[in-house]
Design a protein around this ligand. Structure first.
Ligand code: DC
Length: 248
């Protein structure tokens, strides 16, 4: 492990020196809900000393604003009208992304099923996406990062050095979500979770603006039968390979 860490650091240092005045290293990870994107992206970023950008959290903060202010996610006109009142900023505290909604840290409120489902509804709205994409592109230009979402490889960072499409069978994803919620002591019904996941997939994949799909040059990783460690190792390998290619 020591050996690996030292090797990773060496590749990173060399890559950084070579491109000092050039572009930053960006890895884009897209895929459906529950494929393990955030767990993997966070772990890879930590291992390689990159910034982890969770774009789902930005959309979730926007949805949280709507829910808190009595705006129905399905009421597109009202969401668009309220969009201008939403200011989302990102900071990093002890290596963790913190999302500020109109100046207040909302991290603890973003990961509920209610917010997740509302987010999928409002994220089909072009005005919402424009605002988020701009923020994400600014972040990526300013640092070496691993960014996860639905449209990162296809729309936000089409020039990313690495694009990965991470997926898994919907029953496997539902079971993972169920285990996560059960571990937190939150009551849940696995059948409903799977139905919600499939509904969300269908909405994310079939929306008009930036639908979820694999970029042509993305590497497909199906995690249905892989452990977290196996997926992590595969992605670290891919990042290091692309960093080396940047040096050349
Ligand atoms: O990754 P997540 O579960 O936090 O995402 C919540 C919702 O946000 C998801 O249903 C689709 C939307 N989303 C999006 O449209 N584009 C992104 N880049 C990230 C998330």
């Amino acid at each position: 492990m020591e050996g690996n860490d030292a090797k990773h650091r060496k590749v990173m240092r060399k890559a950084r020196r070579k491109r000092r005045s050039k572009m930053s290293f960006n890895a884009a990870i897209d895929g459906p809900a529950g494929a393990g994107k955030s767990t993997i992206a966070r772990a890879v970023a930590k291992e390689l000393n990159l910034i982890y950008v969770d774009t789902g959290a930005m959309y979730r903060a926007m949805a949280l604003y709507m829910l808190r202010n009595g705006v129905k996610p399905e009421d597109t006109a009202a969401v668009v009208e309220n969009c201008g009142r939403v200011d989302i900023t990102i900071r990093y505290e002890k290596g963790e992304q913190v999302v500020f909604l109109n100046g207040a840290n909302v991290n603890p409120y973003l990961r509920t099923e209610e917010v997740g489902n509302a987010t999928s509804v409002i994220s089909v709205i072009p005005q919402v996406r424009e605002k988020m994409v701009k923020l994400q592109q600014e972040l990526a230009a300013s640092c070496d990062c691993v960014m996860d979402g639905r449209d990162i490889g296809t729309c936000v960072l089409p020039e990313a050095q690495l694009k990965v499409y991470l997926t898994a069978d919907s029953a496997v994803r539902a079971k993972r979500r169920y285990d996560e919620l059960a571990a937190k002591g939150q009551p849940c019904d696995i059948g409903k979770i799977q139905r919600d996941i499939e509904e969300r997939d269908s909405r994310d994949m079939n929306r008009e603006v930036s639908p979820l799909r694999q970029a042509e040059d993305a590497v497909l990783v199906d995690t249905s039968e892989m452990t977290v460690q196996e997926v992590k190792d595969r992605l670290i390998g891919l990042c290091l390979e692309r960093m080396k290619a940047m040096e050349a």
